[in-house]
Design a protein around this ligand. Structure first.
Ligand code: 5AD
Ligand code: SF4
Length: 424
């Protein structure tokens, strides 16, 4: 979401006449886009700003700004906390960035804009995308779910869906610009509704846009993913065999305290339906350990459910209390050492599973959308499979941006290695 928002802001600024700098060192204006979902993310961005402040001391013409969820959460307070910051702009106020930047330049004022309007959808702005072959297209913003640990509804405001016509137009254009693999984005895409189209209806239409080859979407909430979505995924050839479905916990009691509105059994049923409909589907997830009140038994249930499901990959986190959320007030917070130990145990298990899953791919024939030369050797190309795995294979760089069939001959826990299939 933040990559997409940065591209959106680049769109707003390039419409206003600004150009992207080659590097941070050559930039006159440095804008940090921030995430506050966990404390660690917030600490990192504040650390980066402080690091750039030294350069600003030597060149007072540089402007430094902060946008995104930390800006939204802390607002004006940040201008007092970090003297080198020139502007702080929250998630619904990016359209005002050009005026804010020019005011800062002209008057050396320090400005902030953090009014949350719950309606801004950034229509009619075409993002300036990073180079590559994959593009994100935002279909909705905000969230109404209020999972008890999560800061997102507070910093991104209420759920709002973009007009399906705008979305379809943007996808077609992205495809024409050479981005053939599109990811639809939203905090909870399954509740998309622009008054005319529901999510499965939108999916069906977008999967038929002629200028693109592949379509995916994130993030789905298990309480909202419908049989209809699974049906569309299985039926539409451009929809890829990959789903990211955050599980969060394998304990019924903890899921209830998290306000997730599904049980482990319901989650498992969705996995079965997905695998029945698409036997080769890759399923990835988000899981959290150390939520307030999580007992060893709750944790073991998470551990066991992950063992049973065998995700292709999992993003695993230790719970981080976010001020203002319900769970941050719960009395039974878990000690840091316990959170860390549980996280490590989960990571160890998942690494094994991911490794095995990648090994199982050996011998399969898959299609790769070639993105770039591989980091290790310029005689190898690197790309993504339809089920979102990175694959490398020896070939010529002129194949970048094309679709190539390979046979998997080897695998590590991160990468598939293949050889090109020569079609006769
Ligand atoms: N602490 C730890 N992880 C969190 N996430 C969201 N909020 C928190 C928090 N307070 C995780 C969830 C979510 C992912 C994007 O980040 O697993 O799915
Ligand atoms: Fe946060 Fe829950 Fe909304 Fe996801 S669905 S953004 S975890 S509140």
């Amino acid at each position: 979401m933040n990559v997409a928002d940065s591209e959106l802001v680049a769109g707003i600024l390039s419409d206003a006449g600004y150009k992207k700098a080659e590097s941070i060192d050559s930039a006159d204006i440095i804008i940090f886009n921030s995430c506050t979902v966990r404390q660690h993310a917030e600490d990192r961005v504040l650390g980066r700003i402080t690091a750039e402040a030294t350069r600003k001391e030597q060149n007072t013409n540089i402007l430094i700004g902060l946008i995104g969820c930390v800006a939204q959460r802390k607002g004006e307070e940040l201008l007092n906390e970090i003297k080198s910051l020139d502007f702080v702009v929250g998630t619904d106020q990016y359209r005002h960035l050009p005026e804010i930047i020019s005011s800062c330049m002209n008057s050396k004022e320090h400005l902030f804009a953090d009014v949350q309007n719950n309606i801004e959808n950034y229509e009619n702005i075409y993002p300036v995308r990073n180079k590559g072959v994959n593009a994100f297209v935002t279909i909705m913003r905000g969230c109404n779910n209020f999972c008890s640990y999560c800061i997102v509804p507070y910093v991104r405001g209420r759920e709002r869906s973009r007009d399906h016509k705008e979305i379809l137009f943007e996808i077609e254009q992205a495809g024409n610009d050479g981005f053939k693999d599109i990811t639809l984005l939203g905090q909870n895409v399954n509740s998309y509704n622009d008054g005319k189209y529901t999510f499965p209806e939108l999916l069906k239409e977008t999967a038929r846009v002629s200028s693109i080859e592949r379509l995916r979407f994130v993030t789905s909430h298990p309480k909202d993913i419908s049989d209809e979505v699974i049906k569309v995924m299985a039926a539409e050839p451009k929809l890829c065999e990959h789903l990211h479905l955050p599980m969060q916990s394998g304990s019924d009691r903890i899921l209830e305290k998290m306000n997730r509105k599904y049980t482990p059994q319901k989650y498992l049923n969705i996995i079965h339906k997905l695998r029945n409909a698409m036997p080769n589907i890759a399923i990835t997830t988000d899981v959290m350990v150390g939520f307030p009140g999580e007992t060893e038994d709750d944790f073991i249930q998470t551990y066991n459910l992950m063992k049973e499901i065998r995700f292709d990959y999992a993003f695993m986190f230790k719970y981080s209390p976010r001020e203002g959320t319900a769970a941050a007030e719960y009395p039974d917070q878990i000690q840091e050492e316990i959170r860390l130990a549980r996280l490590q145990k989960l990571i160890d298990q998942q690494e094994r599973i991911t490794y095995e899953k990648y090994q199982e791919q050996i011998g399969r024939r898959v299609q790769v959308y070639v993105e770039k030369t591989s980091k290790k050797s310029d005689k190898e190309l690197s790309g993504r499979t339809r089920d979102n795995k990175i694959a490398v294979f020896p070939s010529d760089s002129k194949l970048i941006g094309t679709f190539v069939d390979i046979e998997i001959v080897d695998a590590t826990s991160w990468t598939l290695k293949g050889k090109q299939i020569q079609h006769t």
